[in-house]
Design a protein around this ligand. Structure first.
Ligand SMILES: [Zn+2]
Length: 415
């Protein structure tokens, strides 16, 4: 680990992208809260603004199945879905009409507009239950994918011009949709922007390490690269019978040439900062050192925070910041992405805090500055640190983490 002298940070998207990403049914309005809070602290002014180019159909096909892509990009009119007055105004401001469909000029989608969605097709593509079709879904998909691809391109283009003493970091809090599969939406994820970003990064960076800090296993990313020895996927996640998505066992190690380059750290209920710290120091660090990637991609899903509605893990915002800080200190070009997180006011706090960590600012967070969405924090007296430590038993004993560390470290040594 070398001392970082300087950092150059780019952040993807602004109010326009947030307005679109706010429509995701599982996280309605979250994106704007995050964007507005980062701007309220003026952190956006300290970052390069990464212009987001919506992903084109052929860019999505680098990972996804063409029939799935054509299906989700179809023109649809969704008008009976409820949205807030604020959202309606925001959509009007950016002239976003119901669903404008696929914007690919080469594609004639006049016919598809008339087709209705059959339940069988919706089921096959995973578009029922947790991933329903929603207003502006096609625009959401091209924006989310485009944001992470644009962030990946920022790392590539900037790397050729900056001095070697400077560390490059790109951020896309609207990304991190780790459950989406080739031809299936899953777990609130319709498009796998992470896989698409890694494919883009591979044009320049030979070895990439993907680190997944979300409460849930990063199954979509793992399965995309299970045959690769150039993309190492490392996921720390809650694992138990019946817990979504059910994959990510300690014995899943990748396939073929990629055997050994899938690392899963299955974790029990109640994980606290101290245990997470042990996992980072004793399992993640040796893996990073040994693999020595040219670039790192981190999925910063925050559904493991003690405040999250899942109530599975007991992590704090400061602890999460400490873990991300440790990863950044490896001094590699790094792409930071969002992910899960369902207590939206806490997610906004956490990703704002992580933006401060990326910028190496050590900002003194106290009262949340007044901004266009600060009313949301009124019941919490506008305090930034409003969550007290929760009493939750950590089922991950020292012995259990020891056992995981021994098994994983032994495997890594054999590379
Ligand atoms: Zn999650």
């Amino acid at each position: 680990m070398t001392k970082v002298r300087k950092r150059k940070v780019g952040i993807a998207g602004g109010e326009y992208e947030a307005t679109i990403c706010d429509l995701l049914p599982a996280n309605k309005g979250r994106s704007s809260l995050v964007n507005a809070m980062i701007n309220a602290y003026d952190f956006n002014k300290l970052c390069d603004s990464i212009t987001v180019k919506p992903a084109k159909r052929d860019e999505l096909l680098k990972f996804h199945d063409s029939r799935y892509v054509d299906y989700v990009l179809r023109k649809r009119k969704i008008i009976d879905e409820e949205i807030t007055t604020k959202q309606r105004e925001a959509l009007k401001k950016f002239n976003l009409k119901d669903d404008q469909g696929d914007e690919d000029e080469d594609k004639d989608d006049d016919d598809s507009e008339q087709e209705s969605d059959s339940n069988d097709t919706l089921f096959n593509y995973g578009l029922l239950y947790d991933c329903p079709i929603f207003r502006l879904m096609s625009k959401y998909i091209t924006t989310t994918a485009g944001s992470s691809i644009s962030a990946a391109r920022y790392l590539i283009t900037e790397s050729s011009t900056i001095d070697p003493e400077t560390q490059l970091i790109a951020i896309n809090w609207n990304g991190g949709r780790h459950h989406a599969k080739k031809a299936k939406a899953s777990g609130f994820c319709y498009i796998n922007d992470i896989v698409l970003a890694i494919i883009e990064l591979r044009k320049t960076y030979e070895k990439i390490m993907y680190i997944d800090l979300d409460l849930h296993h990063g199954d979509g990313v793992e399965s995309a690269f299970k045959f690769s020895d150039k993309v190492l996927t490392f996921s720390i996640h809650r694992k138990d019978i019946g817990f979504y998505p059910g994959t990510g066992s300690l014995e899943d190690l990748g396939k073929g040439k990629g055997y050994g380059y899938t690392v899963n750290v299955p974790i029990r209920h109640g994980l606290n900062d101290e245990s997470m710290d042990e996992i980072i120091d004793r399992i993640l660090k040796p893996t990073l050192d040994k693999f020595n990637p040219d670039c790192i991609v981190v999925q910063c899903g925050v559904d493991g925070l003690s405040s999250d509605e899942h109530q599975e893990w007991n992590l704090s915002i400061k602890g999460f910041g400490e873990q991300v800080s440790k990863i950044l200190k490896f001094n590699k070009p790094t792409l930071l992405l969002g992910g899960g997180g369902y207590e939206h006011l806490q997610v906004a706090r956490c990703w704002t805090y992580l933006t401060n960590i990326a910028l190496d600012l050590n900002h003194n967070f106290d009262l949340i500055p007044e901004h266009e969405l600060s009313d949301a924090y009124e019941d919490e007296n506008f305090e930034f640190w409003n969550i007290l430590h929760k009493n939750m038993i950590d089922d991950n004993s020292k012995d259990y983490i020891n056992e995981l560390a021994n098994i994983i470290n032994k495997r890594i040594e054999s590379w």
